[in-house]
Design a protein around this ligand. Structure first.
Ligand SMILES: *[C@@H]1O[C@H](CO)[C@@H](O)[C@H](O)[C@H]1NC(C)=O
Ligand SMILES: *[C@@H]1O[C@H](CO)[C@@H](O)[C@H](O)[C@H]1NC(C)=O
Length: 163
């Protein structure tokens, strides 16, 4: 049954293609974010607050865009950085001198760089989600003790959505 075998092979290749194709809207895990926060040299004692804030603002969805909000502004990415002050839609601008849309890809290091600027100016209270869900709410702070401090061979399991 040569034909049958070839059919199975084609189906196998198709299955691999579907599983490996880029997914819309990466949902970060706590440990993946920990790795990015380490890369950004953020003080580890604040990691749980950064993660709680991302969870409350975007559900850890790196491609989330919401709005319109105050003065027709929009919020972008895992940190929901707002176009009113910190970035400009369609071109580089704002206090972070960034194009807002650049905060919508799966790469969050640039988001974190701008987030540090926001934090340095206004603190965590700049994020309404943090004030509501994380501030004075120890129960909502994730336990990151199991996230490895150093890069390891295999990445933690990723939770991804297949469209
Ligand atoms: C990290 O933050 C804690 C708490 O504010 C502080 O005690 C510690 O000195 C900081 N560590 C570094 C390396 O900045
Ligand atoms: C993440 O956000 C994008 C853009 O809003 C959306 O299309 C996608 O469905 C979201 N993913 C999840 C898992 O909610």
């Amino acid at each position: 049954m040569l034909l049958m075998r070839e059919l199975w092979m084609i189906m196998g290749i198709l299955a691999v293609a579907v599983v490996c194709s880029p997914v819309e809207g990466k949902i970060y895990t706590n440990c993946e974010v920990v790795k990015e926060l380490q890369r950004a040299n953020i003080n580890r004692s604040f990691f749980a607050n950064w993660i709680c804030l991302m969870r409350s603002e975007s559900g850890m969805n790196s491609t989330l865009m919401t709005g319109p909000k105050t003065a027709s502004s929009f919020s972008f990415g895992i940190l929901q950085i707002n176009s009113l002050k910190w970035c400009t839609r369609g071109r580089k601008g704002g206090k972070c001198n960034k194009r807002c849309e650049d905060f919508l890809n799966d790469e969050i290091q640039d988001d974190i760089t701008c987030g540090i600027k926001i934090f340095n100016q206004d603190g965590f209270k700049a994020w309404g989600g943090w004030s509501k869900k994380c501030k004075n709410n120890q129960n909502n702070l994730p336990n990151i003790a199991n996230c490895k401090r150093r890069r390891r061979m295999a990445d933690p399991i990723e939770v991804q959505q297949i469209p």
